[in-house]
Design a protein. Structure first.
Length: 298
């Protein structure tokens, strides 16, 4: 592990979707998420974190300290129990309470073990309080990296596309017809903006998020759609990653002022955006205070 980060960061991700569903809403039949009041498209922070986790797991699958805690098919308590085994404590509730009484810092030791071994805990944090009915747990970790919901720059209009398939589901139906009808939902085009935060203070005090972790995070954000292609999601790509780096741990300016310095809008004369080139991005350098460096990583 390299040294823990010492600078506060804010960042803006601009990503696009073409003829796909960037984030289905289970409350609306898996249609693309939208804000019903404005018509703007939404993508949840959980959706984006999943893609970052998947990328890190792909490139660091054999590397110690870069495992993924929240993943498909692995119960959380299974990983929690691993921390107990590493600390040489069992899972018997009475025994755990006794050991915790003898060692008041045992919960903290388990938390530190989880932070050292799991990248997503070190980055995003995790709730690890469900193990052994409260007798002992790995703690609740607030991660230094936080993402907001992504929101499209312009309103989006989800379309329901009817499709046909020749694979019939039931044998009885196969005798009566050759095809079946299906549906898929797409957005013809949408450019989304997501804003994020990185706290060096939490990294130092809680998880140990390091400079190497930070570089991997930038890499994962830039490439999070490159290994996640599917027919349902269409063409998705990160088009811009704008980073504000403060020269101190606590920062030099409110995050909202930095975010307001970046304007994204359709170019003059473009009534309906259908590609990234239909937008212009303006960064007001004068609005960025002394002590903050603006970096464009994409």
């Amino acid at each position: 592990m390299t040294e823990i980060i010492k600078n506060r960061y804010e960042f803006i991700i601009l990503f696009e979707v073409k003829n796909g569903n960037p984030n289905g809403d289970p409350d609306a039949g898996n249609m693309p998420r939208i804000d019903p009041e404005t018509g703007l498209g939404l993508v949840t922070d959980v959706c984006l974190k999943r893609k970052i986790r998947n990328y890190v797991e792909s490139v660091k699958e054999d590397c110690s300290g870069y495992r993924i805690y929240i993943k498909d098919g692995v119960p959380l308590n299974h990983s929690d129990a691993e921390a107990c085994a590493a600390a040489d404590v069992g899972t018997d509730e009475k025994e755990l309470k006794a050991k915790k009484k003898d060692d008041p810092e045992l919960d903290m030791k388990l938390r530190d073990y989880m932070c050292r071994n799991f990248f997503d805990i070190r980055t995003f944090g995790a709730v690890m309080t469900t193990f052994t009915k409260g007798a002992l747990n790995c703690g609740q970790v607030r991660g230094p990296v936080q993402l907001g919901f992504a929101q499209s720059i312009d309103p989006v209009l989800p379309q329901e596309i009817t499709i046909t398939r020749i694979a019939i589901t039931k044998e009885a139906d196969a005798e009566k017809k050759n095809t079946e009808m299906g549906r898929k939902y797409i957005i013809p085009y949408g450019l989304y903006r997501c804003e994020g935060y990185i706290s060096a203070n939490l990294a130092r005090k809680v998880t140990g998020f390091s400079e190497a972790d930070l570089e991997l995070l930038w890499e994962a954000i830039i490439n999070m759609f490159e290994h996640d292609h599917s027919a349902a999601r269409g063409n998705m790509a990160v088009r811009k990653l704008i980073v504000f780096k403060h020269d101190s741990e606590l920062g030099c300016a409110p995050a909202y002022k930095l975010f307001e310095a970046v304007k994204v809008q359709r170019k003059d004369g473009v009534e309906l955006a259908r590609c990234f080139q239909d937008y212009e991005i303006q960064i007001d350098e004068k609005a960025i205070p002394t002590g903050v460096e603006c970096l464009q990583l994409v």
